[in-house]
Ligand binder design. Sequence first.
Ligand code: NAD
Length: 484
Amino acid sequence: MAATTDYKLDFTTFYNVINNELKSTPTTRTATNPSTLAPLPAVPVSTQADVDAAVSAAKAAFPAWSATPIEERAALINKFIDAIQENFSEFTGLLAAEGKPPTAAGFEVQFTIMHLKASVSLRLEEEVVEETDEKIAKVRYTPLGVGVGIIPWNFPMLLGAGKLGPALLAGNTFIWKPSPYTPNTALKLAELGTKIFPPGVFQALSGEEDLGPMFTAHPDVRKISFTGSTATGKKVMAACASTLKRVTLELGGNDAAIVCDDVDLDKVVPKVALTAFNNGGQVCVDIKRLFVHEKIYDAFLAKLVETVKTFKWGGSEDTEGAFFPPVQNQMQFEKVKDMFAQIEKQGWKTATGGAVEAEAGDKKGYYFQPTIIDNPSDESRIVQEEPFGPILPVQKWSSEEEVLKRANNTDMGLGASVWSSDLDKAERIARKLEAGSVWINNHQDLSPFVPFGGYKSSGIGHDWGIIGLKGWCNVQSLTIPKKA
Ligand code: NAD
């Protein structure tokens, strides 16, 4: 049996990983722990030369990696998963310092492992699509080449891993570009990768906001898989057009949840509360517009407030089992602060919360009181925009037709849910929702086996599942005559 220390890493120094070498840069930068406002360990600031070196190594590694039998590639990814497991507590601590209480950070590491394990079990089979006496036509899937994952700051490990696993499994080489706000875990994962994968197969580079565009413009990158805001997604797509790179865009959301009048409040309210405030409202598929039937509105709202008040908030230093984090960075803090300022400006009625805790002096980091806005108008900013912070509008509805129209009246279409004890009714409503993921009596019920992507401005293409894996491939139709 291998010694348990084979893959133990030092978590104090951070490097770019290029061609399995750890590389420093003349300039470095630091991200900030949002709960203590202390700087995280310094990371490289990559230049065009670093990008060129990484892309060239990835391109050089591609022929051998793509020719490696899939079972061997899968075995190496499984080894990598074991290596993450070996550094579980270190990754948890680092992820906590990047923005969430240790309990939530531990969940993310666990999900990262689970996600990678599931994606490595997927296989793309060749499909026979036509057969006659003369010929047989098959569809097969071939890897694209150099892939780049551009990752946001809200789930720095999980969202990158959801691209890395399928990309490598399909036979692509992969470069991970983390958000400047959360660069540390990605660099350590790639460092771990140097102990397992051949040079150039898995690399990571950190930098400033000019780094993403260097990858989207690079002629030797064949695919960009991007997760982030809709505004940046549009820039990514425009930049990829000139080289016809494949793009997958996982973008913003403004998820509606429709609660019918027949629900059991004791069962439903805790789930709704959790999936509205999960990660402090900083999940693309958090509930962001909650529609509650007018018959139960008051009772539902009272119970929701009661539940949200029990939630424990904390940061990397938390020892009391907090699950809900501060806002991750100062840029987002300012955006959410502006939304909180609208409470007074627009005269919104709060059912709970309303204050910026960081300013009240209770807590040092980017904390807000979890806030619920009681029945704002459909036109209000809190309903129209994705706040990406701990503030939720709850609105009344009376007829199915009307609530569907309101739920779909948005340019976003990531997730949505229907809550009812009548499953037929719930499904009838669910099928009319314009969103890429629709759940009944649940929200945010994500799985590595289920494709994830958006309608409308919430994205193009999918991550995860067989459809996600196909997104890392060319489609080739191969027509073979039956006689030579
Ligand atoms: P962002 O768009 O600001 O940044 C995302 C990534 O893009 C970062 O790594 C950033 O450095 C990089 N980037 C910035 N400008 C770029 C450019 N011009 N070209 C290439 N890359 C560039 O998003 P964010 O603030 O990090 O994340 C929050 C947003 O992400 C929210 O809108 C949220 O809903 C969305 N999100 C979507 C999903 C999903 O799966 N659909 C998941 C998580 C978050």
